[in-house]
Write a protein that binds this ligand. Structure first.
Ligand code: PEP
Ligand code: MG
Length: 533
């Protein structure tokens, strides 16, 4: 019996089953050289492979948005240009040209210091595998043909593998690589399959029918469990299932504390897909729409129309509150199409509202899009990283300018849109009373606030145990902000990770926090805590 401890839980749950080792075919390209005369033939091979892959993806795209994105990737100019250049310019055959171009594009995504964007490298690799399989005449492995209960263990799983999963047979998923925002994680979560990702080397130590117990709550894998452990996990699995059903039954209960206070339970999202998922959790609205993902997924600053399209759809999907945070770029979030100056301390640098106020035309495109989307629901604007009243006033002035323009152009917009702000800098905490007189609402961003108050980089693994939002300084700051907001009659919410931590609920309710906004997966647990307090 061997125990492995893992930090990344992608989808909660407990599973016990024998292993299915999922091995990939060999996609290594044949490295033979070509002559100039053969270039046209190699280009034709690529064109044929591309056409076949496009046909397969078009069919899949009708059922799953992920494949619509893959379809765009196959058709992308960068891929075509890269492959053509390598065939004609460097006389590489189609297999090598595709392999190298895909690696280059994936490396570009991988360089962005953001977990979500890093995962997009997996998508382009998935597309690359389809193309390589076509070029090499390989039949892709099919998880869908599984007919016994199993825990799948793989180096990594790609969306094309994951969508075929049948939850009747796949009881758990473990991948050696991958992150919690990967598509395998998203799909596994939607199917309620316990999943642990990024667990490190494991495959080689497993036989084909090795039994595994996995706890995707605490992050434990037990390989070859003894009888006692096996029985223990079976019992816990049943308890977990009962608990899940109990939480599901609570889902329709409004979050009201025992003393009758109605608490708003909201979700943090990055795109329309997230909103759809979050709505299943019976939420009161979206407390944080991280608009930067729209910018990071793009190849250019999204135009007003492109943004309006997304925000108006979001407002229609979620006509309850929809809080759109204006661009929060910089720090660890970069854009592939915009060069940031190298900074000594990017988290203390040119980021978020500082960029928006400096790049006013770009800021106005976003504000106009949000104002226009406001007619479709209850949309609110939230400014990130505020440190001074001057900044808040400047941002509000740009909003007024946009309103005047829209009015003159005869375009519909929300004249009374609420303008709130994140409290995530020490300055905004100390100035909370003044800010509360001029902002319509506050949302406390404990992720940055903890980092700035404790002078601990939020991403530094070495300091992870000291990065603690229960630190008395952070708790004092939160209490102060809530009091300051209430004194001026504005609502105070929280959209940092602390809001989704069931252990923090009691404390935050004592401080009279009005709104908890978190990733969708935490909502059931926080609701239960609220109902119990
Ligand atoms: C925060 O800082 O708490 C927050 C919610 O914003 P982000 O995590 O996007 O910086
Ligand atoms: Mg923040």
């Amino acid at each position: 019996m061997k125990e492995v401890y893992v930090a990344k839980t992608a989808s909660r749950g407990i599973a016990v089953a024998s292993v299915l080792k999922y091995q990939e075919p060999d996609y290594t390209p044949d490295r033979s050289c070509i002559t100039e005369a053969q270039a046209a033939e190699e280009k034709a091979k690529f064109a044929k492979a591309k056409e076949t892959v496009k046909n397969v993806l078009s069919a899949l795209a009708a059922e799953n948005e992920i494949f619509a994105a893959h379809l765009d990737m196959v058709d992308d100019f960068t891929l075509q240009e890269g492959v053509d250049g390598k065939i004609t310019g460097e006389l590489k055959n189609a297999q090598v040209a595709v392999h190298e171009t895909i690696q280059e594009i994936a490396a570009l995504f991988g360089m962005i210091d953001d977990e979500y964007m890093k995962e997009r490298a997996t998508d382009i690799q998935d597309v690359g595998k389809r193309l390589m399989a076509e070029l090499k005449g390989i039949t892709l492995p099919d998880i869908g043909s599984l007919t016994r209960e199993a825990i799948i263990v793989a180096k990594d799983l790609y969306p094309s593998d994951t969508v075929k999963i049948n939850p009747d047979f796949v009881k758990g998923i473990i991948t050696e690589e991958g992150g919690v925002t990967s598509h395998v994680s998203i799909i596994a979560k939607s199917m309620n399959i316990p999943t642990l990702v990024g667990v490190g080397a494991l495959l080689d130590s497993l036989g084909d029918d090795t039994v595994i117990c996995m706890d995707a709550e605490k992050g434990i894998i037990v390989v070859d469990p003894d009888e006692k452990t096996l029985a223990e996990y079976q019992a816990r699995k049943e308890d977990y299932e009962k608990e899940r059903i109990r939480l599901l039954n609570l889902r329709n209960t409004p979050a009201v504390t025992a003393d009758g206070k109605r608490i708003s339970l909201c979700a943090n999202v990055g795109n329309l897909e997230d909103i759809q998922k979050a709505l299943e959790m019976n939420i009161d609205g979206i407390g944080l729409f991280r608009s930067e993902f729209l910018y990071m997924e793009n190849t250019h600053f999204p135009t007003e129309e492109e943004q309006f399209d997304v925000y108006s759809k979001a407002a229609q999907l979620c006509p309850q509150e929809l809080t759109i945070r204006t661009l929060d770029i910089g720090g660890d979030k970069e854009l592939s199409y915009f060069e940031f100056d190298k900074e000594e301390n990017p988290f203390l640098g040119w980021r978020a509202i500082r960029i928006s106020l400096d790049m006013k035309d770009m800021f106005k495109q976003q504000l106009r899009a949000i104002l226009r989307a406001g007619v479709f629901g209850h949309v609110r604007i939230m400014f990130p990283m505020m440190i001074s009243l001057e900044e808040l006033r400047a941002a509000k002035e740009v909003v007024e300018e946009c309103k005047a323009e829209l009015k003159a152009e005869g375009k519909a917009y929300d004249e009374n849109i609420e303008l709130g702000m994140m409290i995530e800098t020490p300055a905004s905490v100390l100035m909370a009373e003044e800010f509360a007189k001029e902002a319509d609402f506050f949302s406390i961003g404990t992720n940055d606030l903890t980092q700035y108050l404790l002078a601990i980089d939020r991403g530094n693994k070495k300091l992870a145990d000291k990065y603690d939002y229960f630190h008395p300084a952070v708790l004092k700051a939160i209490a102060h902000v809530i009091k300051a907001g209430h004194k001026e009659g504005i609502k105070v919410g929280m959209c940092g990770e602390m809001a989704g931590d069931a252990k923090a609920v009691k404390k935050l309710l004592e401080m009279e926090l009005d709104e908890f906004s978190m990733s969708a997966g935490s909502i059931d647990y926080v609701r239960e805590q609220i109902l119990n307090v």
